[in-house]
Design a protein around this ligand. Structure first.
Ligand code: GDP
Length: 323
């Protein structure tokens, strides 16, 4: 847990010159052809991601662990109003100073700044390690892990398969009420992706829901190697209370979150809102409980939107945790 506190509360104390050099190389890597393709293909989404933070303002309570730009008081005056508002809600990782941040350092379709700890984000190999019925049966070693959590049907299996680029890696049971398991996948022999049972089965009994709650909370309370939870939110539907309840529970328990919006490729049906509008609504509700805005990113398992960016974000959290 100490490592986690360090990760999210403290500025990295590294040599400024090293940081700048590494930062430059990360920023350059953002201009690789794949990311440029994503940018142009989803130009609308990118514009949205940079502008919809505009109306948000700071709340004074909430999770103190997310390391983001905390207050306009700490900012240098910026050249434009938009720039200032964008910076206010960014996730700025360890090793980056607020006044160094420019738009090129922000991952497309997210509020995440890439810093010097971002490294090789490729997944070269992945192996299923085990399914655990109880938190205390999970693998016991020092390797860092990311837990993937979300409502049933949010697109969790699809996202895991897209991240590891293998079909059928995430073989979680989807039947309500059935015994659910914590699945550990070892990536590059150095870190874990953890597939947690989905919550909020519409047809689940009260007992099954309670079961989920105590089971999964047991995991969160006992996992010292947990770097962050990727909390998946379906961007094709309006904000759901159950997702807020989950986010708030994690926040109250000081568990770092990255919001991963799924299904961002989905067009609105009839009078429904677009994914970017649903995300905006979600963020406006979330900010009431978070003093500092958690990192968030838009993804689609259908188009690959956000995949490389999410892996890069995970690499910087992991590398900082690892050092
Ligand atoms: P899980 O229950 O959270 O593991 O969800 P699944 O990965 O099984 O996905 C649930 C449904 O959503 C399936 O029909 C998927 O094809 C669909 N789905 C998942 N991700 C996406 C996405 O990014 N875009 C679209 N359009 N559909 C998706």
């Amino acid at each position: 847990m100490n490592k986690l506190l360090e990760l999210l509360n403290l500025q990295a104390k590294i040599q400024v010159s090293d940081a700048k050099m590494m930062l430059r190389s990360r920023v350059m890597s953002l201009h690789n052809p794949h990311l440029t393709w994503i940018s142009s293909k989803f130009g609308k989404i990118d514009t949205f991601s940079l502008s919809f933070q505009f109306p948000l303002s700071h709340s004074t309570s909430g999770n103190p662990k997310q390391h983001v730009l905390a207050s306009s008081k700490t900012q240098k005056p910026s050249s434009s109003g938009t720039d200032k508002f964008i910076k206010t809600f960014l996730f700025v990782p360890p090793g980056v100073e607020l006044n160094e941040v420019n738009e090129d350092m922000i991952l497309p379709g997210s509020n995440i700044v890439v810093g010097p700890y971002a490294g090789d984000a490729r997944i070269k190999e992945v192996e299923f390690v085990k399914s655990s019925g109880r938190a205390k049966d999970c693998p016991k070693d020092d390797r860092p892990e990311f837990a993937i959590l979300g409502r049933s049907n949010v697109g969790k299996s699809s996202l895991i398969n897209s991240l590891v680029r293998k079909k059928e890696v995430a073989l979680t049971s989807k039947k309500p009420g059935k015994t659910q398991l914590i699945n550990h996948f070892l990536v590059n022999k150095s870190w874990y992706i953890v597939d947690l049972p989905g919550y909020g089965f519409a047809k689940a009994s009260q007992a099954a829901r309670m079961d989920w709650s105590s089971f999964t909370k047991g995991y969160f309370s006992n996992r010292d190697t947990l770097v962050a939870v990727l909390l998946l939110i379906d961007a094709s539907v309006p904000p759901q209370k159950i997702d807020f309840d989950c986010a708030n529970w994690l926040g109250r328990n000081n568990i770092p979150i990255t919001f991963v919006f799924t299904k961002c490729d989905k067009m609105k049906v009839g009078k429904g809102k677009r994914p970017d509008e649903n995300i905006k609504d979600f963020q406006e509700l979330i900010r009431q409980n978070y003093r500092q805005h958690p990192p968030w990113i838009m993804t689609s398992s259908v188009t690959g939107l956000g995949r490389d960016e999410l892996l890069l974000h995970m690499s910087q959290l992991r590398n900082y945790w690892d050092q």
